[in-house]
Design a protein around this ligand. Structure first.
Ligand code: NAP
Length: 539
């Protein structure tokens, strides 16, 4: 944060990366980096991320603070494209040359034993252990079933601290694809990969396939093995077919989609995280097209009918008003500003939904409080006798590189998405009827990986596994690229971040098109398509 603030105040051109500046620990090291005389000093090009996407990443979140200058590029805000993660065949992996190399194997069981035997046969040294120690060329995670994340994060962190040549995990496992895609971006000198093995094969066959993945024929972070065949994934554009392009059409109002989904005034849709951000926009689209009843959940307290400080329009005004009212602690002032602004956004969403013709209610429920979630779902269903659609969009970001992230922070980011969605899945599984649709809001960080977002990428990836288990007419995880903020419901992309994206030439999703695109996805997408990417950016 300090580095970002410094870059803003000195008007430094950091080339999109303040990391180098953040690493400078003394005043003289900072002075050397910024040069001292020229206001526009470029540095850190070599450590700049090669791609940036998702709502935020560790570097652009801190950097994106400067005001737009006269020469700033305008943001590009367009309709999103629809893509899927298509499997592609990869080159065969040759037997790796590991003679004389040392490996630490984390995990007990037949697979770990078979991998140890295989490595020893190739002339390597392999030690099976429960905890990470330094001094090995490769660290291999062999969980052999059972969840790996978030519990194993500290072990990954410890293993990566020594920058081993290899860091491989035997999958499949919840969230491991997004996690390894992010590790690959943060640790370019380590071959980091999740190898998805067929549980039907013997431990020896799986060990042979796993060890073959120490090969450096490519640096794919996710490899699916079927015998000797290797498969990876490529994001590939895929339309929705004739109906999808001619249903409501890009300029349509979504009424045809709402009808195709069976949504009308009697329907009930629950949106978790729906009182704010991009989900509030989707709630408005549902209201405008179906006038259905809308139930919203979020952590923000239920707002009182009237604003406490109606004259104070923005954070600056509120700060002045709160100080005048006697608040002294800066932390308390900032917390109160966030609460008031959160309550304003909720109030505004409710007002808009009602104005569009949808009866709407907001309840303050923390998705990490399982009892409260079960209670809320039961009550909503009991009151209306139905639940037609579910949107799960709760999420938080706490971007930091793996080396700097705490396990608690990893757990919060991961748990808000995964534990929250799992609780909701369990709560709705008890209901007598399946919902017509369930949509889980994921992120493009899961499909491409992102520096500083290993937790967020893993969590959004893990949503896919939950979505696949959700009984519904259509259950789909939509991995979003960044949306454009428009003032009232910015969500995770702040106006500052938008300017940063503009500088990087990254296009943002037009909110109107984004919500209609989602409605089309739900109406015309094939039920077996469990995950899609909707993004305006052209990666
Ligand atoms: N905006 C983008 O460009 C973008 C891109 C990719 C993916 N996404 C995904 O889209 C979703 C919405 O994001 P957004 O940009 O609209 O951000 P946002 O405004 O911050 O929305 C996040 C929502 O989640 C709720 N939430 C967080 N923790 C919760 C908890 N423990 N229990 C209940 N609710 C909780 C928040 O409510 P409170 O504030 O009241 O806690 C808020 O309504 C997220 O899942 C995000 O990952 C967004």
């Amino acid at each position: 944060e300090i580095a970002g603030e410094l870059a803003t105040r000195l008007n430094l051109d950091t080339g999109g990366d303040v990391e180098e500046l953040a690493k400078a620990r003394t005043a003289s090291a900072i002075a050397e980096l910024v040069g001292g005389e020229r206001p526009n000093v470029a540095f850190g090009a070599s450590s700049a991320p090669n791609v940036a996407f998702g709502a935020s990443d560790a570097t652009n979140a801190t950097l994106g603070r400067s005001e737009p200058g006269p020469a700033e590029p305008a943001p590009v805000i367009v309709a999103p494209k629809r893509l899927v993660m298509a499997e592609c065949e990869l080159a065969l992996a040759e037997t790796p040359d590991v003679a004389g190399r040392t490996f630490l194997l984390l995990g007990r069981g037949p697979l770990a034993e078979a991998v140890r035997t295989r490595l020893t046969g190739l002339g390597a040294t392999a030690e099976v252990a429960d905890d990470v120690r330094a001094g090995f060329d490769g660290v291999l995670f062999l969980p052999d079933g059972g969840p790996v994340l978030p519990a194993a994060f500290p072990q990954y962190q410890a293993a990566l601290a020594a920058t081993p040549a290899w860091l491989l995990t035997a999958g499949p496992g919840e969230g491991l694809r997004g996690f390894h895609r992010s590790l690959a971006r943060e640790y370019p000198d380590t071959l980091t990969r999740v190898v998805e093995l067929s549980p039907a094969e013997s431990p020896e066959a799986r060990a042979a396939a796993f060890v073959a993945e120490l090969s450096t024929v490519d640096r794919e972070p996710v490899v699916v093995r079927e015998g000797a065949t290797r498969k990876g994934f490529r994001m590939t554009e895929q339309g929705l077919g004739l109906l999808g392009s001619s249903g409501a059409g890009p300029a349509g109002d979504g009424a045809a989609e709402a009808a195709a989904l069976g949504l009308d005034r009697d329907s009930v849709v629950l949106l978790v995280g729906g009182a704010k951000g991009i989900t509030a926009r989707f709630a408005a689209t549902l209201a405008g097209t179906a006038r259905c009843r809308i139930e919203l959940l979020g952590r923000t307290p239920v707002p009182a009918a009237d604003d406490e400080y109606p004259q104070a329009r923005d954070a600056k005004d509120l700060r002045a008003a709160l100080i005048k009212a006697g608040l002294k602690s800066p932390a308390e002032i900032e917390r109160t500003i966030r609460r008031i602004q959160g309550e304003r956004e909720v109030r505004q969403t409710l007002g808009k939904l009602e104005a569009l013709g949808s009866p709407a209610r907001y309840q303050s429920v923390d998705m990490l409080d399982a009892e409260a979630v079960h209670r809320a779902v039961k009550e909503i269903h009991a009151e209306h006798g139905r639940l037609d659609g579910i949107v799960y969009a709760a999420g938080v970001i706490e971007d930091k590189l793996v080396a700097e992230k705490t396990p608690e922070s990893f757990g919060r980011v991961y748990g808000t998405k995964v534990d929250g969605a799992r609780t909701l899945l369990e709560a709705t599984a008890d209901l007598p009827d399946e919902p017509k649709f369930v949509v889980l809001f994921g992120s493009i960080a899961a499909t491409l990986g992102n520096r500083g977002q290993s937790d967020y990428a893993a969590a959004n990836d893990a949503l896919e596994s939950l979505g696949r288990r959700w009984p519904a007419g259509r259950a789909v995880t939509v991995h979003w690229g960044p949306w454009a903020p428009t003032g009232d419901h910015d969500g995770m992309v702040t106006p500052e971040l938008m300017r940063d994206y503009a500088r990087r030439g990254i296009a943002l999703i037009d909110p109107e098109e984004g919500t209609l695109g989602l409605l089309r996805e739900l109406a015309w997408g094939r039920p077996e398509t469990a995950a899609v990417v909707h993004t305006a950016s052209g990666w």
